[in-house]
Design a protein around this ligand. Structure first.
Ligand code: GLN
Length: 306
């Protein structure tokens, strides 16, 4: 028998709301530093499109690194296995914005979910389409069945004005020949992708194709082959939380992805997608309450991919 998800979510939400909200809102992107830190939303959507939420689940927030999942899916569909020549699929065991391994690895990022990897994916995007910003947004809107999804240009600009590390990474990879376009164009696209704003509800729905072996459950449209979906989910499990990926897998037992805007999406293949948003981050850059919520949620449902 299926667990009573709604009941469990409401209970866990109430429990965690009653506990201290630890962590810190990141201050290196001024436009998102001013977010109200006690925002807290959760949405659950399953393959039958049963959907429910708690708290601020219909409020938009900056999806930040969660956009790396959309960018990878889009590029993987267009270019296929070729992309793995330019980005690896190993956990980095390092912070998301680390430059440390790039020299030893000759400019090949460890995986597509750290910043260096996402910059290479953006570079590929610039090569495979004429209007990558429009195309990516169109792709996400189709996945969410919702036209009301936009870039936040102020957030993108704020990040561009402060993207010293990402620019360094991009230039460094260019020196190895693993960035083909102008680094400034790659950074512009990357910062725009990070600035996309979505609600927990929109995020859960838009990632259901990864739960459903590559097909959108609401219209049967195929987004990716089941083999590609298996691979993306594998990378989400091993690399979705940077140097806390092992911990997330250990505590929660589901593939997922976080962003410094405080969002986390987690997927239970063949069943559901759940998204949590709470802006205060732990020291690894993952939402403090998001991690806690999902740990408690899978403990109480007794379900995980293991
Ligand atoms: N825009 C952020 C950055 O590049 C994304 C990082 C993240 O969400 N982990 O630093």
């Amino acid at each position: 028998m299926k667990p009573d998800y709604q009941k469990i979510i409401s209970r866990v939400y109430a429990d965690i709301s009653a506990q201290p909200n630890l962590g810190k809102v990141p201050d290196y992107i001024p436009e998102i530093a001013c977010i109200e830190e006690n925002k807290f939303g959760v949405n659950f959507t399953d393959l039958d499109l049963n959907s429910f939420g708690c708290g601020d689940f219909q409020e938009k927030f900056s999806i930040q690194s969660i956009s790396k999942v959309f960018a990878l899916s889009f590029v993987y569909e267009k270019l296929g296995e070729e992309i793995w020549k330019r980005v690896d699929v190993e956990p980095s065991g390092n912070p998301f914005n680390s430059l440390l391994q790039l020299e030893a690895d000759c400019g090949i990022p460890r995986n597509p979910f750290i910043n260096a990897g996402a910059l290479v994916i953006c570079d590929i995007l610039l090569e495979v389409c004429e209007n990558p910003k429009e195309k990516l947004l169109e792709f996400i809107r189709e996945l969410a069945e919702d036209d009301q999804i936009f870039y936040n240009n102020a957030v993108a600009q704020s990040e561009m004005d402060n993207s010293f590390r990402n620019t360094a990474m991009c230039n460094y990879m260019k020196s190895f020949g693993n960035i083909h376009s102008k680094p400034s164009e790659v950074i512009d696209l990357y910062c725009h992708l990070c600035s996309i704003e979505m609600t927990c509800e929109q995020l859960s729905k838009s990632l259901l194709f990864l739960v459903n072996e590559g097909e959108q459950p609401f219209d049967g449209e195929r987004v990716l082959s089941s083999s590609k979906v298996k691979r993306i989910n594998a990378i989400l499990l091993t690399c979705g939380f940077y140097d806390e990926s092992g911990e997330f897998s250990f505590l929660v037992g589901l593939p997922g992805k976080s962003g410094v805007g405080g969002g986390i999406v987690a997927l239970y293949p063949k069943h559901y997608c759940i998204t949590v948003w709470s802006p205060k981050l732990n020291e690894k850059g993952n939402s403090y309450r998001g991690m806690k919520f999902l740990e408690e949620f899978t403990t109480q449902t007794g379900e995980s991919i293991f």
